[in-house]
Write a protein that binds this ligand. Sequence first.
Ligand code: GDP
Ligand code: IMO
Ligand code: MG
Length: 423
Amino acid sequence: MQSLAIIGSQWGDEGKGKITDLLGAKCDVVVRYQGGNNAGHTIIVGDKKIVLHLIPSGVLHSHCTSVIGHGVVFDPEAFMVEMENVSNSGINLTSENLKISSNCSIITYYNKLLDGQREAKGPVKIGTTGKGIGPTYEDKISRKGIKLRDLFDLDILTTKLEANLIEKEALFKNLYRCDYPSAQEEAKRLYELGKKIKPFATDTFSFLDQSIRENKKLLYEGAQGVLLDIDYGSYPFVTSSNTSCGGIYTGAGLPGKSISEVLGITKAYTTRVGEGPFPTELFDDVGEFIQTKGGEFGATTGRKRRCGWLDLPLLKYTVKASNLTSIALTKVDVLSGMDTLKVCYAYEYEGETIDCAYPGIDLSKVKPLYKKMKCFSDDFKSDTLSKELEDYIKEVEQFIEIPVGIIAYGPERSEIKFRKDYF
Ligand code: GDP
Ligand code: IMO
Ligand code: MG
């Protein structure tokens, strides 16, 4: 296999960081191509915990080049903090092992302010991470965004920020009534940050093109999950990028057919942070138990994650929506030892029974139908899994018609079983 895409197949936080780190060991290049520091990807090595938000999760491997593609929305201040954290973990980032597209869209102070004000005062609360993601993608789409390369010329930056502020100023002054820095102040702040980031800024499109030509092994690290995709997700309770594998083509800039396989990272149950419908959500002790045992707190905002049973109609949908070719089933250990275990196998919706979701379905109106599964209590010390757990895996495989290639049963690198070869 020459290249693999890693995609969250639910509402994010499926364990992408752990799997990217493990498979990154076998790769030459690991690429982020969408989202921004709304992501929180956790890697545990011994007693060390590293949470990455912007920097790709291959960074722990010294032979790996990390690439931040042009589809990423980039907060220069957050990047500097993260770079320092990574350096404190003993990883030296240089222009050789970290390459950031000069064409990334910049998250300005105004974008973060707008995100926060809308969440606090707007009519619809999405439960965003507050990192300015939505407003930055809006600026990009409406063609008034700031690009990383703009940070390297104070005059250009000031002119663009002045133009960018005209409409926002009306909102800050009249609608939200909040303080905001002048375009000159913001330009100065970003320009100073730009000086520090400039050594890493480059044409990542040509670097990736060259890497593919040289038969390098590439790993594409998705952030969030397909159900948060702006087109495929549970709109409007989504993020503002294409989190499905389509985002790779636009956000990294790849020729067609250059992704060999797509690995969907799937929690053995379901979680969600923020607002929005969640058909299999558990509001009882069982949900509380999973939340506590799974340590289900957001890696970026620290919010409690909502928990529920595995939702197969949604998983079947994300398999199709993101062209998944296999999945990694993670956090199986959290379900081990429970005295009740269910999966949702269909919905009743608008008078019909359906086993696969689709874009625009109103998830707040579906009635989930459950199948009781045999409980398992594996301790994962032997090479084999219990028949009950094998049955759970088989149930998933038969339903989604692709293999479960990986079983993860703990946060550590070693707590994993490969049932399929990757690279
Ligand atoms: P990501 O955003 O998809 O990278 O996932 P997060 O890092 O936000 O959340 C996953 C959490 O589960 C992290 O705390 C991981 O250390 C942890 N984790 C990953 N895989 C497993 C697993 O198989 N079992 C358990 N118990 N924890 C896991
Ligand atoms: P990783 O990569 C889980 C959610 C937010 C909110 C919605 C919109 O760690 O899986 P945004 O700030 O993007 O405008 O918020 O998306 N969200 C995530 N949920 N994991 C993530 O990333 C997320 N990134 C955004 O909670 O509901
Ligand atoms: Mg996360």
